[in-house]
Design a protein around this ligand. Sequence first.
Ligand SMILES: Nc1ncnc2c1ncn2[C@@H]1O[C@H](COP(=O)(O)OP(=O)(O)OP(=O)(O)O)[C@@H](O)[C@H]1O
Ligand SMILES: [Mg+2]
Length: 1001
Amino acid sequence: MLFCDVSGSTGLGERLDAESVREIMLGYFGEMRRAIERHGGTVEKFIGDAVMAVFGVPVAHEDDAVRAVRAALDMGDRLVELNAQFDERFGVRLAVGIGLFSGEVVAGDASRGEALVTGDAVNIAARLEQAASPGEILLGEPTYRLVRHVAEVERVESIDAKGKSEPVPAYRLLSVASGRSESVRPAGGQMVGRTKEFGALRAVFSDVVTHRGCRLCVVLGEAGIGKSRLAAEFQKTIAATVVYGRCLPYGEGITYSPLAQIVKQAAGIRDEDSVEAARSGISALLASDPQGSRIALVLAQALGLMAGAASSEDIAWAARKFLEALARDGPVVVCLDDLQWAETGFLDLIESTAALSSGLPILLLGLARPELLLQRPRWEALRLEPLAAGEAAQLVVELADLDDGTRSRVIAKAGGNPFFVEELVAAVVEEPELELPATLDALLSARLDRLRPIERLLIERAAVEGEVFHRGAVEALSDDVSGPSITAALDALAAAELVRPAQSSFAGDVSFRFRNILIRDAAYRGIAKKVRAQLHERFANWLLEAVGERVAEHEEVLGYHLEQSYRSLTALGNADAHALLVAGRAAGWLASAGRRAFGRGDMAAAAGLLRRAASLLQVDPPRRLELLPELGKACRFAGDRTGAEAALREAVDQAATLGDRRLMTLSRVEHTFMRLYTDPGVETEDAIRVAEEALGIFAELDDERGLAQAWALIGHANWLLCRGARMEEAFTRALECTQRAGDPREQGWVLRMLALVYYHGPTPVERAIERCEDIVRLGQGHGAIEVSTRAKIAGLEAMRGRFDIARELYLQCRKVGEEFGLGPVLAALPNYSGPIELLAGDLDAAERELRTGFEALQALGETSTLSTNAALLARTLELQGRLDEAERFTILSEQKASADDVASQITWRGVRARILARRGRLEEAQRLARDGAGIAARTDFLVWRGEALLDLAQVLWLSGDAAAFSASAEEALRFFDAKGHVVLRDLTRAVIAKPVALGTP
Ligand SMILES: Nc1ncnc2c1ncn2[C@@H]1O[C@H](COP(=O)(O)OP(=O)(O)OP(=O)(O)O)[C@@H](O)[C@H]1O
Ligand SMILES: [Mg+2]
């Protein structure tokens, strides 16, 4: 019995007009009723301001008392929200007291209009409620005994009750533990078999614990074979913190959804918590970590709790640090279910965590159907085979008492799949003479067909949300069914083991999980297309309402449901105005999610989401057009050239047809950009002309984003032409435009290009260092920017002769790179440390560095950075006098370098010319050295020019042409001087002063 009354409402009538009072009371009654029904209670009646409700009538559940106390707490929470509204609108607040008592009652027959319950318990509950002060929930002794395993209470003074000689003991309710963590929920029949697999998992786990390391192990097996169950049982047998994340079967692009589940679970965040609360939940967990605030920031961005464009590498780093923080208190098992549906970006995250985490006990336990192997053939895997016949028999016996014949029929049909066994047993128990269907799908459909109509209806509606669903959602899709009927039907489905209670992500809501996703799929298959269309749309509306301000985390899911709704409508040929509206809404969410994926560099996901959005926008050509340039760009970065070409071509044509100047220009810029990357026939100068024309148009239209794109194109074209001054100007302008437009998505790339030009370009060393430091500041929180820019600062410091600082900086940035797991960035780093050592005069160290880089780049299958690395290695070997080896690397560099890889083209020529000259092949040497200097002369990259001239000078000296030697060396000196390259300046001076050191002609 639950009684709830308003203490402090009496004054209302005097201060407010009757209409306001009625509105307040209606709001109050409505909310209270919903809270009660949500937990399976029934409102018996309203008495004045009081609400009287019962749990366990007409159908008793073993946990009625727990439901009642949960409802009471929920009522309190709802009232807080209501009061905020009442206060704002009417200047009043309600306070309620609640009393709960359990006992025998006499239930009347509601259908005959009789009161539901009467009895002693009713009176005592009412007394407890009267004794409760505002905001208090009081329980009687019997209720307390039923809930003490989950509730925290405080003994208070006993109360007197009418007709009771003794005072009645009372307890104040403080809190109720939320449902048990779903990963450890008891499941199905007794576990059979799997001893070997348990042993294997335990061995991996104890290895993780003893060696304090991180290991990845995946359990592979077909649907229903028992992967999730194995993991759940295994977790019960070990002492570890277990976190659980599951990949969703639908909607590509939900890359970090399992990470979000894990973080929210560990930090106790619920879906309706405010963004603020959610973020402070994450920070609290990381409070003792020195990098805690940075980790929390990146995670908040990954979860969509805050704007910002943390990159995929940064997110992987933060995820790893987060798990490590958890593992500091003891072993952690990260259970990652249904990995066959994971996005590539998430699989990469798992891999990098396993590879880079060390020193703390973390087991990454993946569960997946066998198709995962197609994507990750090298992962350590444990195959889950069908149960042996004896084990299946044991399971059957466990589940039901069948006659021998039926039992053997079931075992034969199930083929050792425990899920099939369970379903077959359930079927024959319901209908002993049943002809057993041959497939699990057929069996499941048949089983659903045998449900009562209301249960069938509700399980289908539940299936719309997915494997896990909320009662609130089912309710929102079922305005034709009363609250208590929904509760009863869900209970029946749970009793039939089709669904199980799960942990809800919304406070005050109850959630369930299909025992297996195959049941969900079967239920979903049963829904007519027309109904699907409505249900998906209504679900999206419910979700939108339920998540409130935290909508960014749910964009992909919202987009998916609206997309499904629209697809179902068009499949029926219903492309009416409403359908178009749905398509437009779906596209809006997917496009927004796609842009966020783009911002973090998750290009495959971005391209996928934007493509889906564009496809929905077939119905709205102007909006589709708006999206195409972005889609083209995402495709380009994702390496999908055909997709990029198609999107951009269409964009150019469409914009021309529609006469939209802005989009037309934007599309042309983007298209030119793409061709610059992919089409060797494109004239760089033409690209610059396109961009310059665009600048005029965007300026006229006052379009900062467009301006940023055009400047970036000019910058990139000048990079290909090695014109540093213009490149610097263009990227500086691009940066200013992105800053004014408030568009952080483009910024990362622009910053990296700027660092590149400060290093190579004409900016003198001192100023270049200052500028690079600005970039590090601007790119804060971005591992890749930080690492690549710091490497350049180190190189610049070496140019001015500060080798200790240079080496120290280099080591620091290498450490950051390793911590972030920046594979390709790391592999390229020796192209900075090698030159530092060369300038410092430590040739052995230079060789060591460069060879490490060479191997790493080869392993990555990289060629463009490799060609430069080979040229630098050749230079080192030549200086060591190892001419044959050096020559081999010049050949390699020549083979790998593309025509526009100017650094490699200059260096391999210069080095080979020196080798040839030392071997006396002077004519060839001079030709090559002059070619190299000629290529360099087309650029304003001062160091390249100086080095090429210095190489030429050496060749000329060895050729006996002292005058030409001096001219060439003097010119080199001027370039080094202009760059502020102290080391090469001094070296060149020394060479000029004493050329005989170069050898005798
Ligand atoms: N060894 C076992 N003993 C008893 N019951 C089992 C066993 N293995 C699995 N089951 C039961 O079989 C059903 C299916 O198992 P589970 O959900 O773990 O399959 P799964 O491999 O995770 O399938 P899916 O790929 O669809 O997720 C569950 O109800 C589970 O409780
Ligand atoms: Mg499973």
